[in-house]
Design a protein around this ligand. Structure first.
Ligand SMILES: [Zn+2]
Length: 236
């Protein structure tokens, strides 16, 4: 194909796993000691807020021990050099895209480094812990929760994402299992709208059959290669 004019990129746990972030599908680490329904649902939070606040406090603190990898850095390079439209959507709640140099990242599942106030509903940047019930920076109520989208909650900015999917000519999915909706359905939206769909993943995903092309391997290798391809084509 020729040079794409509009690209939507979706990243998932696979891109962060290579930086050493625990994901809920990986063996070992924090997730293995907890059930998803206890730490990643509104009901779990209502039942045991201390457990949930502590779980996310530990995950937020663990960000200090990981660093972005060449896949994050390549996507930041693409953002700076690509002349067309680019939307980077991530399912990840870590800050590795930002630390890799991306300036515009849509965190559809929220962010560890953000607090959501259950009193005033404002979102505030957050770097410390929440277990001691610190006040909301906006309304001062001691009612913060992790600004992470839990199972059963609506992801952020779906309208903007679907509009971009409908108008892109290239959709690229990186390191996602294709198992968690609505993100798992993005490829079908983009394809129905006429976009070419490329998957970069460690192994074939549940949604692989919807892509025009699947490349298998580590994101830290595949993503820089693909970014070079796009940028060299743009230079022709
Ligand atoms: Zn508040």
């Amino acid at each position: 194909m020729g040079q794409p004019r509009s690209i939507v990129i979706l990243t998932g746990a696979g891109i962060s796993a290579e930086s050493g972030i625990d994901t809920f599908r990986s063996a070992g680490g924090l997730w293995e000691q907890h059930r998803v329904e206890d730490v990643a649902t509104p009901e779990g939070f209502a039942r045991n807020p201390n457990l949930v606040l502590n779980f996310y406090d530990m995950r937020r603190a663990a960000l200090a021990n990981v660093a972005p990898n060449p896949a994050h850095e390549a996507l930041a390079r693409l953002e700076r050099a690509f002349a067309g439209e680019l939307l980077l959507v991530t399912q990840n709640v870590d800050d590795l895209h930002e630390r890799g140099g991306s300036a515009r990242v849509l965190h559809m599942h929220g962010e560890l480094k953000s607090a959501l106030c259950t009193a005033c509903e404002m979102r505030s940047p957050w770097h410390g812990s929440m277990i001691d019930r610190p006040p909301c920076p906006v309304c001062r109520a001691p009612m913060l929760r992790p600004d992470v989208v839990w199972f059963g909650e609506m992801p952020y900015e779906m309208g903007r994402i679907y509009r971009a999917l409908e108008s892109c000519d290239l959709f690229v999915s990186i390191g996602t299992s294709g198992a968690v909706y609505p993100a798992a359905g993005f490829v079908q939206e983009a394809r129905a709208a006429g976009a070419r769909c490329l998957e970069l993943n460690l192994e074939r995903s549940e949604g692989s059959r919807f892509f025009h092309e699947t490349r298998l391997g580590p994101a830290s290798v595949l993503v820089p290669e693909w970014v070079e391809e796009v940028l060299s084509r743009a230079a022709e």
